[in-house]
Design a protein around this ligand. Structure first.
Ligand SMILES: [Zn+2]
Length: 114
């Protein structure tokens, strides 16, 4: 049983690393795109400014996602992925699907953890 879980986590770690790699490429590309801030003197509604703001917002979202993925990978590497950090019980798989980087089981979360 333990082996099965470990193998599943290996596959999960590979998937996360691949996603993280893609994310980092997107982040690098977006960073280059937002480096040149358009001139606001051209007035509101300039499509290049809207585009820049969208890129900025997207960059923020991608960076947050990358941080979350890194956290999940660290936990898998420590062998604690899917295990509640408070009570040490396995976290429900459905809960992990919805909240992949949660560190608490549903009981501990309800009793006011995070
Ligand atoms: Zn718990």
């Amino acid at each position: 049983m333990k082996m099965v879980i470990e193998r599943k986590q290996e596959g999960e770690a590979r998937r996360l690393r691949r996603e993280l790699e893609e994310l980092r490429e997107q982040i690098a590309a977006l960073k280059t795109a937002v480096e040149e801030k358009p001139d606001y003197g051209m007035g509101e509604g300039d499509p290049s400014i809207t585009r820049w703001e969208l890129d900025q917002a997207m960059l923020g979202g991608l960076q947050e996602r990358a941080v979350s993925l890194e956290r999940q990978l660290r936990r898998i590497n420590r062998g604690t992925y899917g295990v509640c950090e408070v009570c040490g019980k396995p976290i429900d798989a459905d809960r992990l699907t919805v909240l992949p980087d949660t560190i608490l089981c549903i009981e501990c979360a309800r009793s006011g953890g995070l």
